[in-house]
Write a protein that binds this ligand. Structure first.
Ligand SMILES: Nc1ncnc2c1ncn2[C@@H]1O[C@H](COP(=O)(O)OP(=O)(O)OP(=O)(O)O)[C@@H](O)[C@H]1O
Ligand SMILES: *[C@@H]1O[C@H](CO)[C@@H](O)[C@H](O)[C@H]1NC(C)=O
Ligand SMILES: *[C@@H]1O[C@H](CO)[C@@H](O)[C@H](O)[C@H]1NC(C)=O
Ligand SMILES: *[C@@H]1O[C@H](CO)[C@@H](O)[C@H](O)[C@H]1NC(C)=O
Length: 472
């Protein structure tokens, strides 16, 4: 208990220091604070405050009720579970609590949104840093609520329900492409009321925000990985323990990467219910550039709506930007097929996942390169166990290295084909380095001074060509 309280105090300090730094950086937030009662007429103040208080309590009840379907039927007392953070029934796995935050050092803001603020926390030595999700005191959700209800403590509690809901979803929807929930710490034991209400942190594995601009400039292999991970996630969500889950707010900023793997981190807008309907017309999926109509089922639900919305959002926010551009020539017809079936909602998530896994298989095995003539490698002299020094580099795009031309290849044969297509290329080296699919990294160069022993490398030098016949 003693250490929990210390951690709780620490948490409050972290929240404060992060807020101070946020205040300094976010100029637009300055000066927006008003004193709540300044303009109210003296006679009506108490009545008005009472009405606001009741409205806020109604909202709190509403939020609690919305969470009931997410709790598993096995929970002994779902009602109590909704009351206090400490009783939120999360899985039996090793859970981190306030105790693990006791030796927390140096927090840094990782990201923020309408609702939440995410900071990095370094824990005791030897432990990987974690991400803490907190209520964003400067966020739109808090500002709007305080404007409406003039009660920061009550508002923090109201907003913290989104965090609580997200935590339950993260626990129920554990998957390699969902950020790992490590635990939580509620700042005040017993939720004693007053301004400390809702001061809580959800402890997550730390990722890096998805940088779309950076991703657009990366090799196709990395962009394909993001799309494949997304499809694996959507396949899981379509048949999750909570039923078919739809992501209502589907944007790249809801995702992070952990060691190159895409993970969903923002789940507060996930819905596990299909929309209710009376007629087919109620089941129209509307997007800015496309509408789709679905059937209303006999039990009065738009069956399959969540899955379809997810697929189309994946198409419009991810595939269109990441997938077609620079796809390997042997795979473009398969990529085009995916673009068409997802953009037209002609394939379900099973078929879409199958199409992606098929591409991965071909790409890994090099089967898509079947039409490269084997003789192409005869243009090169191979030197095994050697690397090069005094290299003359040239740049290509999109390269794994800023300084030179480094591309992934399936084999020396594919590398030879690439070298032949670059006018500057005089040699290439294969190293032991591999990409996430297991392909080799090949270093293409104009030339080099000499060969040096290197047990892990192979150098291929272009043979001198016979002089070309002069033009007639
Ligand atoms: N585990 C994490 N590791 C690193 N960064 C993270 C992590 N989780 C979230 N972030 C970053 O913090 C940002 C805000 O988190 P989140 O999306 O959950 O908040 P939000 O208030 O719901 O945002 P929005 O207004 O976009 O819905 C994210 O966009 C992401 O960049
Ligand atoms: C989608 O439907 C809405 C409402 O019925 C309509 O106003 C809009 O023009 C449609 N959009 C497209 C792209 O068809
Ligand atoms: C899918 O293919 C059809 C037929 O070629 C074409 O008319 C349609 O525009 C394509 N749709 C998308 C989303 O690419
Ligand atoms: C999709 O695949 C799952 C198994 O992964 C299977 O249970 C389900 O029936 C399939 N759905 C359709 C529509 O084929």
């Amino acid at each position: 208990m003693g250490t929990s309280l210390r951690a709780a105090a620490l948490l409050a300090v972290v929240v404060l220091s992060v807020l101070v730094s946020l205040l300094v950086t976010s100029v637009r937030q300055l000066g927006t604070r008003e004193s709540p009662s300044a303009s109210a007429a003296p006679g009506g103040v108490e009545e008005e405050e009472e009405a606001l208080r009741r409205a806020l309590i109604r909202q709190l009840h509403q939020r609690r009720k919305e969470m009931t379907p997410l709790l598993s039927p096995a929970d002994p007392n779902p009602d109590a579970a909704l009351g206090l953070w400490d009783e939120v029934p999360i899985g039996p796995r090793d859970q981190m609590g306030c105790d693990s935050l006791v030796d927390m050092r140096a927090a840094e803001v990782l990201g923020s949104g309408y609702t939440k603020l995410v900071v990095r926390a370094n824990l005791a030595r030897g432990q990987a840093p974690v991400a803490l999700k907190l209520v964003n005191e400067q966020g739109i959700d808090m500002s709007k609520c305080v404007e409406d209800f003039k009660d920061p403590g009550g508002c923090r509690e109201l907003v913290s329900y989104k965090l609580r809901r997200e935590m339950i979803l993260l626990d129920r929807l554990r998957h390699p492409n969902v950020i790992e929930l490590k635990g939580h710490c509620a700042g005040v034991q017993g939720g004693g009321g007053g301004v400390e209400r809702g001061r809580v942190a959800v402890i997550l594995e730390q990722g890096a925000p998805l940088q779309m601009i950076q991703l657009l400039q990366s090799p196709w292999e990395d962009r394909f990985r993001v799309c494949l991970d997304l499809v694996r996630l959507l396949h899981f969500l379509s048949r999750s323990p909570l039923g078919s889950v739809g992501l209502l707010d589907f944007q790249p900023r809801q995702f992070v990467t952990v060691a190159g793997r895409l993970k969903l981190t923002d789940l507060d807008d996930a819905s596990s219910e299909e929309a209710a309907c009376r007629a087919d017309a109620d089941c129209t999926l509307r997007f800015p550039r496309r509408n789709f109509s679905l059937a209303c089922s006999a039990r009065g639900a738009c069956e399959g709506l969540n899955e379809k919305r997810n697929i189309y959002n994946a198409y419009r926010f991810f595939f269109t930007y990441l997938l077609p551009h620079q796809a390997p020539p042997g795979l473009t017809h398969l990529v085009d097929h995916i673009m068409n079936t997802t953009g037209e909602l002609k394939a379900d998530i099973n078929q879409t996942l199958e199409a992606f896994e098929h591409i991965l298989l071909l790409y890994k095995s090099g089967l898509h390169l079947d039409n490269l003539p084997p003789s192409i490698i005869r243009d090169y002299t191979a030197v095994r166990g050697m690397g090069t020094s005094g290299n003359v580099e040239y740049r290509c795009w999109p390269s794994y290295s800023q300084q030179g031309c480094v591309l992934s290849v399936h084999s020396a044969r594919e590398a030879a084909h690439i070298c032949n297509s670059h006018p500057q290329c005089g040699s290439f080296a294969l190293t032991a380095q591999r990409t996430w699919t297991g392909r080799l990294l090949a270093h293409f160069r104009s030339g080099f001074d000499r060969l040096v022993p290197d047990g892990t490398a192979e150098v291929y030098v272009k043979k001198a060509r016979a002089p070309e016949a002069p033009p007639p």
